[in-house]
Design a protein around this ligand. Structure first.
Ligand SMILES: Nc1nc2c(c(=O)[nH]1)N[C@H]1C(S)=C(S)[C@@H](COP(=O)(O)O)O[C@H]1N2
Ligand SMILES: [Mo]
Length: 316
């Protein structure tokens, strides 16, 4: 579908590559590209480890300079592979990301187990450069490859009782050795209110820096919600459930005084153990640059209206 190996681009094609990519994105978004065999040029995502992704640029990107790729892929939080920042890049090789499927359950017309290929079919993948703010006060600029969660939700047709979306990560201590210790309640779980899930900024990411997502960043598919703290961005998703009740979330279960359901980036609401007013932006300098944290991580124009009338100090 939207994936092809960069090594398959012949030199004669290179000059036309931009037009070619535009044409393919149009074809894909029109839903005409059924499977990996179309034109003999595209590959299924299961063949795509390390392949270049065919993408279009997104108007939702920030113009801030992206954090170097080595930092994005070696300074991670993914407790299923250990709690130190370098653990995920060292240990996540044991995660088998193909074949992969997601069970879609609950309040929708089309609950089923969908393969990753089913989920990507007809999607236009976008390059979206987002600010990422971790609750621990570091931040990055990450060039994701993904598509809006809203596209998937519309396809599965939520019922009128679907008020929230719950997500779960894979549970398999054989592949995820960190799950042998109970540092969090496994599987890692997250959730969004329906309107947050449908917001065009909310992304399902399958890549970064134009390539297939590295395991340590949540391969093969993870959530990205750029106005919320990074822990909302649940990795390696195997279940999506539409439901009437507010979902339980891993960090809220672990420390309810510290981590609420909403988890919007908010410099005016301190974490009980530290201020959230500033962040260390990981950039091309050795240590990073200390900057002020912006309300909703700078995405207030697009999302503040979702919380009109709510006390965000109480609903943290
Ligand atoms: N399954 C799972 N998802 C997770 C986490 C985790 O430990 N397990 N950590 C979260 C946290 S705290 C952050 S900041 C981001 C980090 O994403 P990155 O490593 O790709 O920067 O992933 C989030 N998603
Ligand atoms: Mo985080």
């Amino acid at each position: 579908m939207l994936l092809r190996r960069s090594t398959d681009i012949k030199s004669s094609e290179i000059t036309d590559k931009k037009d070619y990519l535009n044409r393919r994105s149009l074809i894909a978004s029109a839903g005409l590209l059924a499977g990996g065999a179309a034109f003999g040029l595209a590959f299924d995502i299961k063949d795509a480890q390390g392949a270049a992704l065919t993408t279009v640029k997104s108007p939702f990107s920030t113009s801030d300079a992206p954090t170097p790729k080595t930092k994005i892929t070696t300074y991670n939080n993914f407790y299923e592979f250990g709690t130190d920042k370098e653990d995920p890049s060292e240990n996540a090789g044991s995660l088998k990301t193909a074949p992969w499927s997601i069970a879609i359950e609950g309040e929708c017309a089309k609950p089923a187990t969908y393969t990753l290929e089913d989920i990507l079919k007809g999607e236009t993948l976008e390059d979206r450069v987002y600010r990422h703010r971790c609750v621990e006060r570091w931040s990055m600029i990450i060039p994701w490859v993904g598509f809006p969660l809203a596209n998937l939700l519309k396809r599965i047709e939520p019922t009128s009782s679907a008020k929230y979306v719950a997500f779960e990560t894979l549970y398999d201590p054989k592949q995820m050795p960190g799950q042998r210790e109970k540092v969090l309640e496994w599987p890692y779980a997250e959730g969004l209110r329906m309107d947050e899930a449908m917001n065009p900024l909310t992304l399902l990411a399958v890549g970064l820096y134009g390539e297939t997502l590295p395991n340590q960043d949540g391969a093969p598919i993870r959530l990205v919600v750029p106005w919320k703290y990074g822990f909302k961005g649940i990795k390696s998703i195997v279940k999506i459930r539409l439901q009437a009740e507010q979902p339980k979330t891993a960090w809220n279960i672990a420390a309810p005084r510290e981590y609420g359901f909403y988890s919007n980036v908010n410099p005016n609401h301190d974490h009980p153990r530290w201020s959230q007013k500033k962040e260390m932006r990981l950039d091309s300098s050795r240590l990073g640059t200390m900057i002020d944290t912006a309300m909703f991580n700078g995405y207030g124009d697009q999302v503040a209206s979702l919380y009109a009338g709510m006390d965000l100090d109480k609903n943290f």
